[in-house]
Design a binder for this molecule. Sequence first.
Ligand code: FES
Length: 163
Amino acid sequence: MAALINKLEHEGARAICSRHGNKPEALLEILHKTQQADSYLSDEALRTIADALNISRAEIHGVVSFYHDYRREAPADHIIRICRAEACQAVGSEALAAHAEEKWLTPTGGVSADRQIGLEAVYCLGNCALGPAAMVDGELHGRVTPERLETLVARRVDEAEGA
Ligand code: FES
């Protein structure tokens, strides 16, 4: 039984709860800090937080599902965000997004099977004059063609792999 309890324990989340005095009113801050540390909120982390704050798992799941900023799955290694707002649509962002979906075999809002690529829609990146605009791992690019997007992503993948 002790082994099972240990397996469900998330040390990082436990430490964050402790720093906040294990107070239920600090739940949002604790969730935020836990996600910052892990990039997402695992089942183990949520169970540990519920235990530390003495709140039900249903309660914590309700809070996590209410706020869209909380992630329940580990994010992809590389995130592509393609602007789908009007100005970018007018210059081809829909075709760019369709190309990306086909190239990385993932729907917008999804993650590729190998979890390497995540594809997201955004609605204006403040780069409207240089559409279609896209972000690759947080880096903004303008006048992005399908070929350029592939090159940008390949570069990020190579950098991450130390090539
Ligand atoms: S509409 Fe795409 S950057 Fe503004």
